[in-house]
Design a protein around this ligand. Structure first.
Ligand SMILES: CC(C)[C@H](C(=O)O)[C@@H](O)C(=O)O
Ligand code: SF4
Length: 453
């Protein structure tokens, strides 16, 4: 599949060397675009294909009092994107507009993300879009400028890895746990540089939301991108969306060629049986420092582990159930979609979060917020004692007012647990929305497979 899409986009160059690739969709946000637009201006260039470029504001946006941006840098980045979008004719889903949200949530939601495309964005979690059977990867700011100016990018073809995901998932075990386990069991750099294709009965049965969660996090294992072959689930998801192809029959006909004929086509293969998989939780300061909920914090194997233990204030040999949580975060481009909010609300319904715990619920987009409100999810969260917010990256990273206080342990549905990621001194524990919901009720993680909540 990877080669089929790749070969259709090569403009010039040989395999083994950088090749010039055509880009079908360029997604943009306020953090990595300012210098790129500035570069165009300095060189008196324009955006070559504004119709293939789409921007949102997400990282800096406050989720409460959204027009009152207090931080000077945040404000500057937001107004700069507004001006740049106007000057260069790029469509921008600005704050307060109906399409606002996290770029990796909004692209798929609007039907911009489609099978067979090459999709880039100045953001590492661009890998999310590979869930549709696209080639989608993050690029740097100088590359953003190149794509603006030429609608092309130089890329060396990555190696491919096929990961066969099979077996039967136990109740309470999710797509998030699969990707966290793959990274936890193999290490945060094991997949470095690979274009991964996930396949097998577990993937076939997944919703687009679940597939996106997995592809979103592949880069936390070092991978260049993740993919799944487009199928009926993909086509049904795209159909009817704002920018979906008008002739869906013709599109589906074209998209249907994108599958891997034979696993021998991959440079490497891996087999992953999910049948005994437990929900996963991270204990440390990179997503590779993850263990099953019924496991124990491991003995430190190097200086990084020792540093991580020092930062998080935990001790080897203990259980994740012993972490005393002060914060829960529901949201991000990993798990801020309607299905994720539904899964969390299902668990929180009729319960209250633990005394002293703060819980933020941040839908990935305005559309998700409205859809959630239409089915009463906001009320379930509020009744449980959670704070229901406007969309944005929020507490996924400390670039806006939503921050986890220093020394506080946060159960989070996001994708990164680096030092200070959710605010200076904050301690992040990544998990699925279901696990975070149960943890919020109890004030500590529990094994949702066995305990009554
Ligand atoms: C700000 C941006 C460049 C960054 C990324 O590339 O991923 C952010 O989205 C993140 O999740 O850390
Ligand atoms: S939600 Fe988090 S991971 Fe996703 S783009 Fe925003 S900051 Fe990056």
């Amino acid at each position: 599949m990877f080669d089929k899409i790749w070969n259709q986009h090569v403009i010039t160059g040989k395999v083994g060397e950088p090749q010039l690739m055509y880009v079908d969709l360029h997604l943009v946000h306020e953090v990595t675009s300012p210098q790129a637009f500035e570069g165009l201006r300095e060189n008196q260039r324009r955006v070559r294909r504004p119709d293939k470029t789409f921007a949102t504001m997400d990282h800096n946006v406050p989720t409460k009092d959204v027009f009152n941006v207090k931080d000077a840098i945040a404000k500057k980045q937001m107004t700069t994107l507004q001006h740049n979008a106007e000057e260069f004719g790029v469509t921008l889903a600005s704050v307060g507009t109906e399409d606002q949200g996290i770029i990796h949530v909004v692209g798929p939601q609007l039907g911009l993300t489609q099978p067979g495309k090459i999709i880039v964005c100045g953001d590492s979690h661009t890998s999310t879009h590979g869930a549709f059977g696209a080639i989608a990867f993050g690029i740097g700011t100088s590359e953003v400028e190149h794509v603006f100016a030429t609608q092309t990018i130089w890329q060396q073809k990555p190696k491919t890895m096929g990961i066969h995901i099979h077996g039967d998932l136990q109740n309470g075990v999710t797509a998030k746990d699969i990707i966290m386990a793959l990274i936890g069991q193999n290490g945060f750099d094991y997949f470095t540089g690979y274009a991964i294709e996930f396949y097998g009965n577990v993937i076939d049965a997944m919703s687009m939301e679940e597939r996106m969660t997995m592809c979103n996090m592949v880069i936390e294992g070092g991978a260049k991108m993740g993919q799944m072959k487009p199928d009926q689930t993909t086509f049904d998801y795209v159909r009817g969306r704002k920018y979906a192809p008008r002739d869906m029959a013709a599109a589906i006909d074209y998209w249907s060629q994108f599958y891997t004929d034979d696993p021998s086509a991959y440079d490497q293969v891996m087999d992953f049986d999910v049948s005994t998989l437990a929900p996963y939780v991270t204990w440390g300061t990179n997503p590779g420092m993850a263990i099953p909920i019924d496991g124990q914090f491991p003995e430190p194997k190097d200086i990084n582990d020792e540093k991580a233990y020092k930062y998080v204030g935990l001790t080897p040999g203990h259980s994740p159930e012993e972490i005393k949580l002060g914060f829960a975060f529901f949201g991000s481009c990993t798990n801020g979609r309607l299905a994720d909010l539904k899964a969390a609300a299902n668990i929180l319904k009729g319960h209250h979060i633990a005394p002293g715990l703060t819980a933020l619920v941040v839908p990935g987009s305005i559309a998700i917020k409205e859809a959630a409100e239409a089915i009463g999810l906001d009320q379930i969260f509020k009744d449980a004692g959670c704070d229901w917010r406007m969309p944005g990256c929020s507490a996924c990273l400390g670039m806006n007012p939503d921050q986890v206080p220093a020394g506080v342990h946060c159960a989070s549905t996001s994708n990164r647990n680096f030092e200070g990621r959710q605010g200076a001194g904050s301690i992040t524990h990544l998990a699925s929305p279901q696990m975070v919901a149960a943890a919020a009720i109890h004030g500590h993680f529990i094994d949702i497979r066995k305990e009554a909540i």
